[in-house]
Design a protein around this ligand. Sequence first.
Ligand code: ZN
Length: 408
Amino acid sequence: MFDTLICNGTLVDGTGAGARQADLGIRNEVIADIGDLGDATADRTIDATGQVVAPGFIDIHTHSDLTLLAEPHGLSKILQGVTTEVTGNCGYSPFPISPERTETLRETLSSVFGDAVPWTWQDLEGYRQAATEIGLAINIAPLVGHSAVRGMVVGFEDRPATADEIRAMNYQVDQAMAQGAFGFSTGLTLPPSAYGDTAEIVALTEAMARWPGRIYTSHIRCWSGYHITGVQEAVDIGLATGVPVQVAHMAVNDPRHWGEADTVIEVCEDAVKSGHDVTFDVYPYDASSSGFSQCMPTWAQSGGPAALLSRIRTPATRLQIRDDMLEEGLFRGWPWLWDRLLVSTTHTEAAKPYEGLTIQEAAHEMNLEPVDAALTLMDLDDARLTIIFFYRTEEDMCAFLTALFQSR
Ligand SMILES: [Zn+2]
């Protein structure tokens, strides 16, 4: 007698074994038997004829940290079979925070998190309690993000951390691990995480090394010229600390290097062959999305979103931002392909009419140069503009999706 019997389905059990016909009996919320259970009885029987029965999928890279609290049923994921989400990616976690810097962190993370719910916690434990009180339909495996930790300890300025600050950040990472964080993430083009050098990241990743099973995930430094060295930096941090590495949303974004996915995969493959735990996640499409603010010169972002907005609204600094954007290119050297940058989400009525247009198209409507249209859109949208970047090729994404490598 089972509580629930799922019969006549095609079972894919997640061990790597092939699909097979099998029934599945559940008792006390645990799978009690698998096989031909045709004669068994159950309080509830589900006929899965023509369906696949599988363990819940784990979405390894999400930013549902706050949206799940606002939409606790997580239907968009549940309906895809996802039952566990890894949150806190790209250096962005909603903890730890200090009361005096919460607002700047909230503004910094809003392009990814939205304004779904008020922040009523200060650390992972408080966040866990808030999530538990709401009652989520999905499991969360939260990473602690470098931007949150650095924002709390160092602030949002573009400067190296002092030795004392590195110790204080190390302590915060350790605390998050003690409270059950699944790992530590960086977002090395996203301030303030972007302001940390390799030595700082190693020092913080070392805080995790004494907590077995935790991972280091990195949205790499994909500046111009870094498409290989950025991946190598993540791998080297894993080698230096003995912590498993996950490279986030692997891609070749720089148009001058499209088609070089195999070279990037090789960096991971070499580390895996020599016995290190290195993996990557990848979007199953050739675009990516994030706040447009990270495309502004780094100096212009120093101090956080309010400081960036004020520089955009001050004629002299706006002119310098414009000059640097044109001179440096996108991400310090990629060509600006304005017809491949699409305005996805805006936050003000003034910017809303431009949603769905490329910056090229918006520039045409505004009768401006694309760079001026981009800055005008940032101004209109209080520097919160979200953009979809069509800076990847399907060929590269297919290579990443089909890459298979095994350790010794
Ligand atoms: Zn990212």
